[in-house]
Write a protein that binds this ligand. Structure first.
Ligand SMILES: C[S@@+](CC[C@H](N)C(=O)[O-])C[C@H]1O[C@@H](n2cnc3c(N)ncnc32)[C@H](O)[C@@H]1O
Length: 267
């Protein structure tokens, strides 16, 4: 299969992102918010873009949404699937994890009661294909649970990152221009799903050093396939760190508004 444009090879960047999220106030546990919204306990749950399978492992261990039956995860990254499988084995969890593409799910029609895509839909190269596949694989009245950014999120870095992404997209012939999926634009993409809930969570990053923030932004380099050139990345990072330094000189701290959301839709 063709590798998607945005895909981690291993879970170090995912861990950096989590560390950054933990430095926000109030803290938002977005995986937990997704897990709380699973109401079907009978039918299998699928996590599309499951990464290192941490959500599924938590789901297998927790009683938040009751005991679950079959838990399945799919991700395009062989490295992440391998890490998830090792961790699940170590913890004695029976998860079904496989490498594959959200745009061509290797599952039967109506196989799942719930499909989760946590911070994944907006990175998929052809998100409408992924949504059509999720629709096909859900039972009637099955739930699609998405976690997404909102328009308020990442006001500072988004322009820099999008610039890098457009350059990489040109090199890899992937058209990214249609790609503006977030909790505020999702209505355009979701039909024939019916939206049941959109809940936004606002937090702030406040720091006198900006360390976790720069660390997190820098870890996003890992995300692109093919990776940005060192010149591109260094130029982008120096623009971001100049902004951080300027704020710290002026105010003594940097502050960032972060805003994520959970969206629940029904087939
Ligand atoms: C931002 S990460 C989120 C990972 C995880 N769901 C979480 O919440 O921590 C997005 C994930 O989507 C995966 N991905 C990107 N394009 C994909 C595709 N076409 N099919 C399957 N997975 C994909 C990436 O490899 C990555 O693990």
């Amino acid at each position: 299969m063709d590798l998607p444009l945005r895909m981690y090879q291993n879970d170090s960047a995912l861990k950096k992102r989590k560390a950054f999220n933990l430095s926000l106030t109030p803290k938002v546990d977005i995986h937990l918010e997704a897990m709380k919204r699973i109401i079907d306990k009978q039918n299998p749950v699928l996590d599309v873009g499951c990464g290192n399978a941490d959500l599924l492992i938590r789901l297998a261990m927790s009683t938040i949404s009751g005991k679950h039956g079959v838990l399945v995860g799919i991700d395009s990254s062989p490295g992440l699937i391998q890490i998830g499988a090792q961790e699940a084995k170590r913890k004695g969890m029976a998860l079904q994890l496989l490498q594959g593409n959200a745009e061509e799910l290797p599952f039967r029609d109506g196989q799942f009661g719930t499909i989760i895509m946590s911070h994944t839909l907006h990175v998929i190269d052809h998100p409408r294909r992924a949504l059509a596949e999720a629709y096909r694989c859900l039972r009637p009245h099955g739930r699609l649970i998405l976690t997404l950014h909102t328009l308020k999120d990442r006001p500072r870095t988004i322009a820099f990152l999008q610039d890098i992404e457009m350059r990489i997209a040109k090199r890899s012939n992937v058209d990214r221009r249609h790609q503006k999926i977030n909790a505020d634009t999702i209505q355009k993409f979701l039909p024939p799903f019916i939206i049941k809930e959109v809940q936004r969570f606002e937090s702030k990053y406040h720091s006198s050093s900006g360390m976790e923030y720069l660390d997190y932004v820098n870890s996003l380099r890992d995300y692109f396939t093919p990776p940005p050139t060192p010149e591109e990345w260094n130029a982008m990072m120096s623009m971001v760190s100049d902004r951080v330094k300027k704020d710290i000189r002026q105010y003594g701290f940097i502050e960032e508004q972060r805003c994520n959301a959970v969206v629940v839709a029904e087939k």
